[in-house]
Structures are given as structure tokens and as C-alpha cells.
Design a protein around this ligand. Structure first.
Ligand code: HEC
Length: 144
């Protein structure tokens, strides 16, 4: 009456579920590789956006800020700063331009970088492009 769980049954379950999960892994990997190019809208990476990224890297903005969660937690998240500033590139440029040389006494603050207008434009373009990446609504609030 009682059925016995044989070695060959165990082997079948092992092989069957291994095959299932390997297949699932491959399908999801394929799905991600199809979905990502649409989400990061790479067709909109203009020369200015690329230059903005260079300025961003040379000046180590990520040493204080996060960009989509990556970076340092000293200063605000900037992945959505374009939206936070009312979809306004001039507001971003104005903020970066107006930092005081010696910081603000008694509080952490952002340094003055003395960027050229061209560098500011490029940075603002880069931050605009970043804010338009489809991150499935992350971060969940506009403060970042
Ligand atoms: C030494 C640390 C530091 C570095 C490096 C730094 N920042 Fe900041 N940043 C801050 C701090 C602190 C704030 C918070 C506001 C303040 O200064 O009053 C800030 C605020 C900002 C804001 C406004 C964010 C908001 O939500 O109000 C922008 C835009 C910004 N930084 C851009 C940049 C860019 C672009 C770079 C690189 C060129 C950069 N930051 C490098 C410290 C830094």
C-alpha cells in the first residue's frame, strides 16, 4: 500500500527542477536584455549628455552624492534632481553656480566648482537624461 520514494524519483525531481530553473533563468536574462535598452533610452545620449557625464566623473560628484542609489550618502540623490527642480535645467545650473567659495558656516554644503557655461549646460543635460531613465518609479519620493 505505502508508496516508496525511490532514488530514481528523487533523481527525476532533481533533474526536472534543475532544468526548469535553468530555463527560467535564461528566459529572464533574455527578457532583461530586451527591456533595458528601452528603459535607459540610450538613443538620447547626445554629445552634451556624454560630456556632462565626463564633467560629473572628473569632479567626483559621486563622492558626496548618489545617482540612482549608487554613490555616497553625504548629499542628496541626484537621479531625480531635474524633476525636483521643476524640470528646469536653468535651476540646476543656478544652484551649482551659486555655491559659496568657503561653504556655509556651521553646515555641510556643496563646494564652488567654477564651471564654464558649457560645462554647466552639459551637467544639466546629463542630469536631465538621468531623470528620464525608467527606474520603475525609484526613488519612491521626489526628495530622493
Ligand atoms: C563635497 C561634497 C559635494 C560634492 C563633491 C558635490 N556636491 Fe552637490 N551638494 C552637496 C551638498 C552637501 C548639497 C546639499 C545642498 C547644499 O549645499 O546646501 C548638494 C546639493 C547639490 C544639488 C542640489 C540638490 C537638491 O536636491 O537640492 C545639485 C544639483 C548638486 N549638488 C550637484 C552637484 C554636482 C553636479 C556635483 C559635481 C560637479 C556635485 N554636486 C558635487 C555636496 C557636494
Amino acid at each position: 500500500m505505502g508508496k516508496i520514494f525511490t532514488k530514481s524519483m528523487a533523481r527525476n525531481i532533481f533533474h526536472g527542477s534543475s532544468a526548469f530553473f535553468i530555463l527560467l533563468f535564461l528566459v529572464l536574462t533574455f527578457d532583461t536584455s530586451i527591456a533595458l535598452p528601452e528603459r535607459d533610452h540610450r538613443e538620447n545620449i547626445t554629445e552634451q549628455v556624454a560630456k556632462g557625464k565626463t564633467v560629473w566623473e572628473i569632479n567626483n560628484c559621486i563622492g558626496c552624492h548618489t545617482l540612482l542609489g549608487e554613490g555616497a550618502y553625504y548629499a542628496p540623490e541626484l537621479g531625480n534632481v531635474y524633476k525636483r527642480f521643476g524640470n528646469n535645467k536653468e535651476a540646476i545650473k543656478g544652484f551649482i553656480k551659486s555655491r559659496s567659495k568657503n561653504g556655509m558656516p556651521g553646515r555641510r554644503s556643496m563646494p564652488q566648482f567654477n564651471f564654464t557655461e558649457e560645462e554647466l549646460d552639459a551637467l544639466a543635460e546629463f542630469l536631465k537624461w538621468t531623470s528620464e531613465i525608467n527606474t520603475a518609479n525609484w526613488p519612491p519620493n521626489i526628495q530622493g
